[in-house]
Design a protein around this ligand. Structure first.
Ligand code: DHB
Length: 503
């Protein structure tokens, strides 16, 4: 109650300031090579008056914010529930005050998506259990938070057609980013400092969003949705355990887990009450699966060598058996992680794949590491031969539930199946867009994958990180010790990184 009264006087002042700024916004949007502003439907204009007030308690401190919820970020939505965004702004920014050294015009826009499993993701809220932590902490830290929803692989319309297959999720996130650029002058927060965040499939989308800014491949999809005519580029990416580079992820998985024939898989299923049922399924690969593993591992070596990766001056390569400097590099990331844990007092004496001498982690046996964490996926880990994986589903169409997306799995399919077209597969892979002509790849990257994460090979993030570094991006890449497949577990460090990156 009080809160509202306190912020209303400030509102009048801000509205006046925004009036002039709004004009600038039109000029900026038009100046970016976009159609004239007059052609833009007014529904994409941010309405600063349409808000509710909310508050959350963060570390014992009350954080008050304006909530602009369920903003439709396209004019021709396919799914209004998911193609909308929640924007939260610390109230201080409407009173000319600063938070954490930021003001209404300098605050970065933190852009968390809540996508998991390539399923539809709703816009996040500060009060939610899932994802709410990061939003609450970001508001307390002084960021403007914009959390876009995105369609996903299971979404359907009234006639039963799928509406969220690839590339729907990334197109939606791009449309949300375009909305923020288009409305930059009308909204608190700096759209030139958008920092996306996501975990797993959401981490993959965060990385893809950062890799492919303004690339033309996405334009027809954005146009069809009636996205705002503005840039889709972002400034920085935070990606936790990204399940990405999907068409090479099967091969990468077998490179890492070749010879590890026991698996332990958590199967998720929805029961009728929409509660997740988790069951641990243990098993051993069959001879046929081991043959597939060998084929896929063999494919990884020419793929990796063809990337011509480097760590500094050192070329990262693999020999015919999958050993070499790339493997040593990945092992060194685990070593660095273990060293940090050791320095922080963690007991590593029972970790059999490490060699520790006089307080130094001197060696990591990468094969023993893989055997110790165990594989959780069976080959092919992503493009399942029976179209059984979420990723098969992701590459379906409006009328086909699931497809293959690699030549190998198509050729070895166990069920009648078709293969996704190359453009759709490309549209989902950040590796295709780093350094692509006409693309504004984000300048700053933070990638985290725990050493206990076996949802995808460590090679996937190592390849992405080294490729980004070679393209001149600043990349903070590390494997936190013993952390499983998860995200948002080190928000103070993430925010320190953002604060440094935006300066
Ligand atoms: C996620 C996890 C996976 O193992 C996968 O293959 C795809 C997505 C996830 O948690 O989002």
């Amino acid at each position: 109650m009080n809160t509202r009264r306190q912020v209303v006087p400030a509102l009048a002042a801000l509205s006046t300031a925004l009036l002039g700024a709004a004009l600038l916004g039109q000029v900026a949007a038009g100046g970016a090579g976009a159609p004239a502003a007059a052609a833009t439907p007014s529904s994409l204009t941010f309405d600063a008056q349409k808000y509710t007030l909310g508050s959350v308690v963060v570390d014992g401190r009350t954080v008050q914010y304006r909530a602009y919820e369920n903003i439709l970020y396209v004019t021709n939505p396919v799914d209004r529930k998911y193609q909308s965004m929640n924007v939260y702004v610390p109230v201080q920014y409407f009173a000319g005050q600063s938070v954490g050294g930021y003001t209404a015009s300098t605050a970065p826009i933190f852009l968390p998506n809540e996508v998991g499993g390539y399923m539809p993701g709703l816009p996040g809220t500060p009060t939610a259990n899932m994802g709410g932590d990061a939003i609450r902490a970001a508001l307390a830290h002084g960021y403007v938070v914009a959390s876009p929803g995105a369609r996903g692989r299971t979404g359907k319309d009234a006639s039963g057609r799928f509406t969220g297959k690839a590339p729907a999720a990334i197109v939606d996130l791009k449309a949300a980013v375009a909305y923020l650029h288009f409305n930059d002058a009308r909204m608190p927060g700096n759209a030139e400092r958008i920092v996306s965040n996501g975990t797993s499939a959401g981490g993959a989308l965060s990385a893809l969003l950062g890799a492919s800014g303004d690339n033309r491949d996405y334009q027809p999809y954005l146009k069809a949705l009636g996205a705002a005519p503005a840039s889709t580029a972002i400034y920085a990416v935070s990606a936790y355990c990204p399940i990405t580079n999907l068409e090479h992820a099967d091969a990468a998985y077998e490179w890492q887990f070749s010879g590890v024939n026991d698996y332990e898989q958590l199967k998720f299923a929805m029961d009728t009450d929409y509660k997740m049922q988790r069951t641990l399924v243990k098993g051993t690969l069959t001879a046929a699966q081991i043959a597939v593993s060998n084929d896929l591992k063999a494919q990884f070596i020419p793929y990796l060598n063809g990337l011509h990766l480097r760590n500094g001056a050192q070329p990262l390569t693999l020999d015919a058996s999958g050993n070499g400097t790339f493997r040593t590099y990945v092992a060194s990331l685990i070593r660095d992680s273990a060293q940090k844990a050791l320095d922080a007092g963690t007991d590593l004496s029972k970790v059999t794949y490490l060699t520790v001498k006089d307080g130094r982690v001197t060696d990591v046996d990468f094969g023993a590491y893989a055997r110790s964490i165990l594989r959780m996926k069976t080959p092919a880990a992503f493009d399942g031969l029976s179209l059984e994986n979420g990723e098969n589903d992701e590459f379906g169409t409006a009328t086909v539930a699931a497809r293959h997306f690699t030549a190998y799995s198509q050729q070895h399919t166990a069920v009648p199946a078709t293969q996704a077209d190359p453009l759709t597969v490309k549209l989902m892979n950040p590796m295709a867009y780093v350094q692509a002509p006409g693309t504004r790849t984000a300048a700053h990257w933070r990638i985290r994958v725990g050493t206990a994460d076996k949802d995808t090979s460590l090679a996937v993030s190592a390849i992405l990180a080294t490729t980004l570094r070679a393209s001149g991006r600043s990349v903070d890449y590390a494997l936190p010790w013993n952390v499983p497949h998860s995200g948002d577990y080190d928000l103070p460090e993430l925010f320190r990184w953002i604060d440094t990156a935006v300066k």
